[in-house]
Design a protein around this ligand. Structure first.
Ligand code: NI
Ligand code: MN
Length: 226
């Protein structure tokens, strides 16, 4: 699985035959101005919640690529009203897609759509496929529910928010990695805004002390994770 980071929480997982994109927020991210949004290929776009910093470019990319949107039910219906193809899910549910299974997990956060519509409870996702398994936490606090993920899934890597203030910070993300039993973490949701600036070296050393690898990619950079 190849992961490409497009800034903030936007990550693309490339299975070779299938490309799945998470939470596209590129055109509104000054730090991602070098990313050519109209060259991103995607077969699926997974949306964690309705905040603008997670959905801003969903419509633009979905219309061009024909990608299917996987999102919490009410958010999916909101996209459907815009004529976009979607697959609605809700917490605890799992579905078999052509690339593998997607299970929607709990996230503790808030969610409202940019036009004021109710964005429903935020979510994360566990993806299991023949290529490997991973967890995309979305925007969330540390929660005991993450222990269920560690009990039920063997993860190759996990994509966790580490920016603090709006989500888990570094210390709680280290505990999350322990809860989900995953030693290979990709950090997201940091540095984009003033409230979430982090010290990257400090973050890496805190994870290292816990025996966990933290990968922080440059925007546009890719890494093969297993
Ligand atoms: Ni949010
Ligand atoms: Mn966010």
């Amino acid at each position: 699985m190849k992961l490409t980071f497009f800034g903030h929480s936007c990550t693309l997982i490339d299975f070779g035959s299938t490309k799945i994109l998470f939470d596209p927020f590129i055109s509104g991210n000054e730090l991602a101005s070098n990313v050519d949004i109209d060259s991103i290929e995607a077969n699926y776009i997974l949306v964690s919640h309705g905040h603008e910093d997670h959905i801003l470019d969903v419509e633009r990319i979905a219309k061009r690529t024909g990608a299917k949107i996987i999102a919490p039910y009410e958010t999916c219906m909101w996209f459907a009203q815009k004529g976009l193809d979607g697959h609605p899910m809700n917490h605890g549910g799992k579905w078999n897609f052509d690339f593998g299974t997607v299970k929607m997990t709990n996230a503790i956060h808030s969610s409202i759509l940019p036009d004021g519509n109710y964005g429903v409870n935020p979510a994360g996702y566990v993806i299991e496929s023949e290529h490997g398994n991973f967890y995309y936490a979305g925007d969330t606090a540390l929660t005991m529910d993450m222990k269920l993920i560690g009990m039920q899934h063997q993860l190759d890597f996990a994509i966790l928010p580490i920016g603090d203030n709006f989500t888990m910070g570094i210390d709680d993300a280290v505990i999350c990695a322990d809860f989900i039993k995953c030693k290979n973490i990709v950090g997201v949701h940091y540095d984009t805004f003033g409230y979430i600036k982090i010290n990257k070296e400090e973050a890496k050393s805190k994870f290292e002390k816990a025996g966990t690898k933290l990968t922080l990619l440059e925007i546009g950079e890719s890494e093969v994770l297993n």
